[in-house]
Ligand binder design. Structure first.
Ligand SMILES: [Mg+2]
Length: 404
């Protein structure tokens, strides 16, 4: 399922910018994880936490991960289903909407890893699809993808996979990427994209060539590479460490934790899972100068209760990171204020505690704490650092070197 997430990230730069070649940089400045990865994470947690495989729990997980990642590029109907169900259902209760989009196939990869039998794999793939994609094609797309992953990880060869999927699901897999590419176009239906993604895998020689082939078809490239990459991971059982670590720098920490928990649960221990660039505690240090932030980063600065962000880091927070004049405490834009000007060190503690609680509740953010209180407020690093003791171990909090 990591192979699916990497495929999503690699394909993301080309979703609306299609290319017809396998020669491109796997990662560029637009590379990001999208809805494919977010909903894959929802399915992962569902499989781990709900032995009944109920739609109720799956819905909760999809809403949870969707809310943590509201701008991941969801399709129109799915976005309404997820965020505004009362806009499409009179009673506001979410229900399936007969979709045959490839959303059912892009989120299913973990199902292919979870079960001992192909029958159970296909049964649960259907449940995972039909919460939204209850059209027969929507269900088939998920089942075919999960079945291919199950077969690949259980040692079936490509011919066996090709025969089974084409016979059972009626997909035409007797084509090659070179035959498909010239006339292929953006297609988000299952029937118009899942067979092509499977063919990208069948034509490949390793994990990397799979995602390159999937993107090179020039369609819905993140989803194509996600579906194909999920199968390729199961088949080749190897993803180059460099590709893993590049991609893992672009996903939230809780994605990685979820993946590890899942691989543990299915007793699969790929050597690449520990290859991610996980910063050690001592390495999670806020840079001295912060000029820009990634979308998930929050600039934590010292303020005053009146929210007069006139100087120092507070000024930068206002000028660059969305701090609000007059707001002295808490999250504002991509910044977070901790007041430091109201008295002694002990008066700062409750606000730091509040910040730490906030950081724990928001694993999707990475907090870059600056040397709060050590500028205009006049405290020393030695006075302020102990307030952040509990934050030392939080994986989403970066502290100034002098606080470590
Ligand atoms: Mg996407």
């Amino acid at each position: 399922m990591l192979g699916a997430i990497i495929g999503d990230i690699v394909g993301s730069s080309h979703e609306f910018n299609s290319i017809k070649t396998t020669k491109f940089n796997l990662f560029d400045k637009r590379s990001r994880y999208t809805d494919d990865s977010v909903m894959t994470m929802a399915v992962v947690e569902w499989l781990l936490d709900d032995a009944e495989h109920s739609h109720k729990v799956l819905e909760d997980k999809m809403v949870k991960f969707g809310s943590l990642n509201p701008r991941a590029g969801y399709g129109g109907m799915f976005s309404s289903w997820l965020f505004f169900p009362s806009g499409i259902f009179k009673d506001g209760k979410r229900r399936p909407y007969n979709s045959f989009g490839n959303g059912s196939a892009m989120r299913v990869s973990a199902v292919g890893w979870m079960f001992d039998t192909l029958e159970e794999t296909e049964r649960v793939a259907e449940i995972s699809a039909s919460i939204t994609h209850n059209d027969p094609e929507g269900i088939k797309g998920a089942q075919a993808t999960a079945a291919a992953i199950w077969m690949a990880r259980n040692g079936k060869n490509k011919q066996e996979i090709r025969d089974y999927i084409s016979t059972k699901y009626g997909y035409n897999l007797d084509r090659t990427c070179d035959q498909i590419r010239p006339s292929y176009d953006f297609d988000v239906t299952c029937q118009g994209s899942v067979p092509e993604a499977i063919i990208a895998f069948l034509d490949s020689t390793d994990y990397e060539s799979t995602v390159r082939l999937a993107v090179s078809l020039g369609g819905d490239s993140d989803t194509q590479a996600c579906i194909a990459g999920g199968i390729a991971e199961a088949f080749y059982k190897d993803i180059p460490a460099e590709i893993v670590s590049r991609a893992m720098r672009l996903v939230p920490r809780y994605f990685i934790a979820n993946m590890k928990r899942f691989y543990d649960a299915v007793n699969y221990h790929p050597k690449y899972i520990d290859m991610e660039q996980k910063e050690k505690q001592s390495e999670r240090c806020t840079p001295d100068f912060i000029r820009s932030l990634a979308p998930n980063e929050i600039f934590v600065f010292g303020s005053n209760l009146a929210g007069m962000h006139g100087g120092g880091a507070a000024r930068i927070a206002v000028d660059k990171f969305g701090a609000v004049w007059g707001q002295g405490v808490g999250l504002q834009g991509q910044s977070y204020a901790i007041p430091t000007m109201q008295g002694g060190v002990e008066t700062i503690r409750p606000y730091v505690d509040e910040f730490i609680e906030f950081a724990k509740k928001h694993p999707e953010y990475k907090f870059l704490v600056t040397r709060i209180g050590c500028g205009i407020a006049g405290f020393t690093d030695d006075e302020i650092a102990p307030l952040f003791k509990e934050a030392q171990s939080l994986e989403n909090v970066w502290l100034p070197k002098s606080f470590r």
